[in-house]
Design a protein around this ligand. Structure first.
Ligand SMILES: NC(=O)c1ccc[n+]([C@@H]2O[C@H](COP(=O)([O-])OP(=O)(O)OC[C@H]3O[C@@H](n4cnc5c(N)ncnc54)[C@H](OP(=O)(O)O)[C@@H]3O)[C@@H](O)[C@H]2O)c1
Length: 249
């Protein structure tokens, strides 16, 4: 028996697609043949640039603003993907923030704000993904290797990513029977604004030297992993946290 290749347009939503890892994922998925909706929080210029980069490479994309913690805005983002491109086959939830502080000094108002984006945002995006992904689809949440690395200063952030991993594993099981995979990718230090902002050269060099591969991750390193997970070749991987970090321990 031969399997017919799917002919309809595959469609991806990438939250946090305007910058950093999310932008590279948007570009990679467009190169893989997805029409991509690039989600962003407020940086319209960056989102427009991400769309331009996709289009210049021959792909299809459009940008849409949605605070991931705002369920009405995120529902509208999914509506846009469905009305423009016909459905949703991959959701990559890359939007996130990383304020750092030792736990003893942590500003609890900052913790509440972080909860809103990193945890509530994950519930909001994952709920829409669970409701709307077509059979054969894939959801990928972005966690962080710091959940296991336990670097000092990362307490609040790592706690939010621990929540992301818990949600990922449980949702994978709740979607039994839908033919939808749910996984998390947990990068190590990756050269983006989120990682580099506020760090001196020595700190960056020290973190870059830690993995056995002796460099920082690149957004493309992470985009390659996501590209696999949302492809038919990656569909047997389900309910997993994939630590993409050059072997850092
Ligand atoms: N870089 C690393 O070393 C690293 C390591 C492990 C895990 N991660 C995770 O990987 C993901 C991407 O990180 P990154 O390094 O690419 O970050 P980044 O360069 O700072 O980009 C963050 C992206 O998230 C969007 N965003 C932020 N808050 C949002 C909100 N409330 N609603 C919607 N979008 C929002 C931003 O939109 P605007 O452009 O509009 O601001 C931007 O597109 C994050 O979940 C992060 O925790 C990163």
């Amino acid at each position: 028996m031969t399997t017919q290749p799917r002919t309809e347009q595959r469609v991806a939503i990438v939250t946090g697609g305007s910058r950093g890892i999310g932008r590279q994922i948007a570009q990679q998925l467009a190169a893989d043949g997805f029409a991509v909706v690039v989600g962003y929080a407020g940086n319209k210029d960056a989102a427009d640039e991400a769309v331009r980069a996709v289009e210049e490479a021959g792909g299809t994309a459009r940008a849409a603003r949605a605070d991931v913690a705002d369920e009405t805005a995120v529902a509208a983002l999914f509506d846009l993907a469905e009305s423009t491109y016909g459905g949703v086959d991959a959701v990559v939830h890359s939007a996130g923030r990383m304020p750092l502080a030792p736990i003893v000094e942590l500003d609890l108002a900052e913790l509440d704000a972080l909860y809103r984006t990193n945890i509530r945002g994950t519930f909001v995006v994952d709920q829409q993904a669970a409701r709307r992904l077509r059979p054969g689809g894939a959801l990928v949440n972005l966690s962080s290797s710091v959940v296991g690395l336990a670097f000092p200063g990362y307490g609040a952030y790592a706690a939010t990513k621990g929540a992301v991993e818990a949600v990922t594993l449980i949702l994978a099981r709740e979607l039994r029977g839908r033919d939808i995979t749910v996984n998390a990718v947990a990068p190590g230090p990756t050269a983006t604004d989120l990682f580099l902002d506020g760090k001196d050269e020595e700190t960056v060099a020290r973190l870059a030297a830690q993995p056995p591969l002796e460099r920082l991750g690149t957004p493309q390193d992470i985009a390659n992993v996501v590209s696999f997970l949302v492809s038919p070749a990656g569909h047997w991987v389900n309910g997993q946290v994939l630590r993409a970090n050059g072997g850092i321990i």
